[in-house]
Design a protein around this ligand. Structure first.
Ligand code: IVH
Length: 698
């Protein structure tokens, strides 16, 4: 029988630990795994079982600690050797310029001072203490002087090195204190809140609270499940790493195995900092994690030392904050909106609140389940979030603020617009109005029909459509083509002249491509992409009307749901009647040929890097151009795709830093041959391309 001091076991255990640490770093920090997940799991299982058999061999920097360990009674406190300071804040270009002026005045220099800039991640500041290259302590910032010891929790975070890598054999201080921000990604936050909603647990108001709450668990096994991450941004004493600038310190930290934000920009002038602020603000919605600004730091340590600090804040750094994406307001009502497909969507009407420069007075509540799970009531104070073009959303109710007067909301049994029955099918989350004559549906349908990607009828907007339907001048999209100047000229905000213009615009829209025509019909699950696919597959609308589900399902790009929905649509007499009336009313459908068609990749710019296996660069270029794309030599914000072959160059890093979609050769091939819907899924794909970058940039 083996004993714990059996050299074979000790050798095996240290090999497993070394290998697991190495693969962990490759997978999580540099995003370049060399073994499969299954192999990793097998090694981890072996390690855990050896340690279970010989508890005396358990060690605090064994990778097995990533799964968490026995709960604590409370957190010990820990005094920081050097205080963890906070940052001066600014909100504008002007604030940065005056900071830059103070810096130059302080240093007595006229020349530009160089800054290293970083995104300011909205998470929790931590200090990691490494003794002899091993993580021995981790603590929160606390009041800046004393924090809480959260070592076991931090050890569970995959991107925190337990043992430092030191491939270049730098001389390392026996004590190294590294500082950084622990956070949870937007996706991780959403997943966590969804999970909690399902278990009726209180929700987190934002990603920062979720990260803080997860870090402050006495049971590190819970923390281990929370998908926390880290980016490190500094060290407690500049001298520790024998480098003389912040940029070099970050580069060195990267070599030691720490994860550094790939969006760090090194040694740039004040002017470039301004550009950086705009660039990062522009990327904000597409980043996989929450940021609340950028941080600019004077790069040279010598200058930092000269400038010094006030009691709490260094004079050599500033945070330029972005506008908050979340605010608190009150729900004044919940009303139902009826959409094109008859879906009844509850919408919260809010006390107007300005979020990131836009006044928000409504937020979607999606459906009945969502209201129930979030328990949103009329009168509640709520956190509302708005990001980019996304519809504002209620994140969480502040239940602590309730006084008992709040009213719960129930979905109505009848459509609030037409009074017909509203039903919820068993396998669906949405409740729908059963009447196809419902004016709300008719209006929404006509809006869709006239919209830019469909018939594109200039001047036929929501207000006009509402009046026309309410006054019963039209009751379906087929009626649009019968409208005369007389029908229009007495509507609100219309006159003879604008009525004539609208009639002309309607006439001009009559000639339409098959793809647009199909899209305009508003068949469920048939968006622009599917409509395009159908228009290539079929000669005419008659052929599509005659196709059965089986035939449709066989088409690449048409899923079973879309196929069923198309045949369903074409079976309904009233839909066929509308199509017939459109055609007899003068709508003329043409089929696109290669000459008159907008090519699938028109307007898209590609950059190639590395060697491609299956084609030469010039062949790749020719293929891209054949479908309308352009190939450029360098990566910029205007680049849509970067194609990475073998041994890609710095263009790949630039693409990562700018959040550009990266394709491998297979993906390029399927994009060019039109076998996938990459163009459609582009937004959704973005976060994945945003994994940890490599270190060359620093
Ligand atoms: S530097 C003396 N860099 O912002 C320098 N802080 O108010 C101290 N933060 O508590 C911090 N990203 O939690 C720095 N790249 C970054 C940061 C960052 C986020 C947080 C950190 C700190 C707070 C400063």
């Amino acid at each position: 029988m083996n004993r714990a001091d059996d050299p074979k076991i000790i050798e095996r255990i240290s090999w497993l630990r070394r290998e697991l640490n190495r693969h962990n770093h490759r997978y999580f920090v540099i995003d370049d795994p060399v073994i499969s997940d299954a192999e990793y799991d097998r090694m981890m299982q072996e390690l855990i079982s050896i340690e279970a058999q010989w508890p005396e061999l358990v060690s605090p920097d064994s990778p097995s600690v990533r799964v968490g360990s026995a709960p604590l009674d409370r957190f010990e406190t820990l005094a920081h050797r050097y205080p963890m300071m906070s940052l001066d804040k600014g909100f504008s270009e002007a604030d940065f310029f005056s900071f830059d002026e103070r810096v130059r005045k302080g240093l007595g220099v006229e020349n530009p001072v160089l800054y290293t800039t970083e995104p300011k991640i909205d998470g929790v500041a931590v200090e990691l203490v490494y003794k002899g290259g091993r993580l021995t302590l981790a603590s929160t910032r606390g009041d800046g002087d004393t924090g809480e010891m959260i070592t076991e929790n931090v050890r569970t975070i995959s991107t925190v090195p337990l043992v430092l890598e030191n491939p270049m054999d730098f001389s390392l201080p026996s004590l190294l204190e590294v500082r950084g921000e622990i956070f949870i990604s937007k996706a991780g936050f959403k997943r966590l809140n969804d999970e909690r909603m399902g278990q009726d647990l209180p929700l987190f108001a934002n990603a920062r609270n979720a990260a803080a709450g997860s870090l402050r668990q006495l049971d590190s096994r819970i923390t281990a499940q929370r998908q926390l991450e880290i980016y490190v941004y500094g060290i407690s004493e500049p001298a520790a790493l024998e480098v003389d600038s912040h940029a070099d310190a970050l580069a060195r930290l990267g070599q030691l195995g720490f994860r550094i934000n790939p969006l760090v920009r090194c040694r740039i002038t004040g002017e470039a900092v301004i550009a950086y602020i705009h660039e990062i603000n522009g990327l904000r919605d597409r980043l996989p994690y929450e940021i609340d600004g950028i941080v600019a730091k004077v790069d040279r340590f010598f200058f930092q030392e000269l400038l010094g600090a006030t009691s709490r804040r260094p004079r050599w750094a500033i945070a330029i904050k972005f506008e908050a994406t979340q605010e608190v307001t009150r729900v004044i009502d919940i009303q139902i909106q009826v959409g094109r497909t008859g879906a009844l969507t509850p919408v919260a009407h809010l006390e107007p609140v300005s979020i990131a420069g836009v006044t928000v007075s409504r937020a979607t509540l999606h459906n009945q389940d969502e209201i129930r799970k979030k328990d949103v009531r009329v009168g509640d104070r709520v956190f509302v979030r708005r990001a980019g073009d996304v519809i504002p959303e209620i994140v969480k109710v502040i239940t602590e603020d309730r006084n008992g007067s709040e009213r719960p909301f129930d979905m109505p049994r009848n459509c609030p617009v037409c009074g017909s029955e509203a039903v919820r099918l068993e396998d669906e989350a949405v409740t729908r109005c059963v009447s196809i004559a419902c004016p709300a549906q008719v209006k929404a349908n006509i809006r869709h029909f006239a919209s830019k990607s469909a018939f594109d009828i200039d001047g036929l907007g929501e207000k006009i459509i509402n009046q026309l339907v309410d006054r019963q001048r039209i009751s379906s999209c087929a009626d649009i083509f019968t409208l005369t100047v007389d029908d229009l000229k007495d509507l609100d905000r219309m006159g003879e002249k604008s009525a004539q213009n609208l009639v002309q615009a309607i006439a001009a829209s009559r000639r339409i491509s098959l793809a647009r025509f199909l899209y305009a019909l508003g068949i469920r699950h048939v968006g622009e992409y599917a409509a395009g696919v159908l228009s290539e597959e079929f000669e005419s609308i008659d052929d599509i009307m005659a196709a059965d589900t089986e035939r449709l399902e066989k088409i690449d790009g048409i899923g079973p749901r879309a196929a069923a929905s198309i045949t369903d649509f074409m079976r309904q007499e009233q839909n066929l009647a509308i199509i017939r009336r459109l055609l007899s009313g003068g709508v003329e459908i043409y089929r696109e040929t290669t000459e008159n068609k907008e090519l699938p990749l028109s307007g898209k710019t590609f950059v190639l890097t590395g060697t491609l296996d299956s084609m030469t660069r010039s062949a790749a270029k020719a293929r891209i151009e054949a479908v309308g794309g352009k190939v450029a030599g360098s990566v910029s914000k205007k680049t849509d795709y970067v194609v990475a072959g073998d041994s890609p160059g710095s263009k790949l890093d630039q693409a990562r830093a700018l959040g550009i979609v990266i394709l491998d050769e297979d993906q390029l091939d399927s994009l060019l041959s039109g076998t996938n819907s990459f163009l459609q899924t582009r937004q959704a794909d973005l976060p994945d391309t945003y994994r940890a970058g490599r270190q060359e940039e620093v």
